[in-house]
Design a protein around this ligand. Structure first.
Ligand SMILES: [Zn+2]
Length: 211
């Protein structure tokens, strides 16, 4: 694995949170960026809260070798939402274009081996990955005018493997539902979106119950 500083787009979800923990634990120096994605799914506040708690957890554990930045994207009255990876690609490109970030030439992408929602059966994992990879490396490379590479630190792990490997107290802070239900000041998972379904089938509850 490279020792160079790398970029991580931290959504606040289990996968990116675990990748941050893994990379910092292995001595990697990171630039961590969170995008507050304002869209109709309404998960922006749940994710922002998760990110704040996760950053505080890392600092408490002495995992401080990172610089943190954030931005907000508001889709406004647009009804059609593109895949998140297109928005991520744009911001990876912006960050890599900064002359101060010329020491970085890669980003850590938190994709696990069962990452895509392929339930409609129209595309294979490889096709979905190829499309995402083309955007995630192509758009930043165009913008930064140098080759921006993608690292896949959890590419051979399943979602269940990631959950098993993540420290339970960190896992509890991560957010995973795409359509959270807000009740008063707290958020609840919807139990019906793709991510909820994938997480519920796994060892999540057993792990979190240990805390
Ligand atoms: Zn959900």
């Amino acid at each position: 694995m490279s020792n160079k500083r790398a970029l991580l787009m931290l959504s606040g979800g289990i996968d990116s949170v675990y990748v941050m923990y893994k990379a910092l634990s292995e001595g990697r120096h990171l630039h961590v960026h969170h995008i507050h994605l304002r869209n109709r799914e309404g998960r922006v506040d749940a994710e922002a809260r998760a990110v704040r708690r996760v950053l505080a957890w890392m600092r408490r554990k002495g995992l401080t070798n990172f610089r943190y930045t954030e931005s907000t994207v508001d889709y406004g009255s647009l009804r059609f939402l593109v895949k998140d990876f297109y928005t991520y690609a744009l911001f990876i490109g912006m960050i890599m274009s900064d002359p101060k970030n010329r020491d970085m030439d890669s980003f850590l992408h938190p994709r696990h081996s069962d990452a895509f929602n392929l339930r409609n059966g129209k595309v294979s994992f490889e096709q979905a990955a190829e499309r995402a990879n083309a955007a995630l490396t192509g758009i930043p490379s165009l913008m930064a005018r140098r080759e921006i590479k993608m690292e896949l630190p959890i590419g051979s792990m399943t979602k269940a493997d990631v959950i098993e490997a993540c420290p339970p107290d960190l896992l509890r802070l991560a957010w995973f539902c795409r359509r959270p239900v807000k009740v008063g000041a707290s958020f609840h998972q919807c139990n019906s979106c793709f991510t909820c379904a994938q997480v519920n089938e796994s060892v999540y509850r057993r792990k979190v119950a240990r805390v």
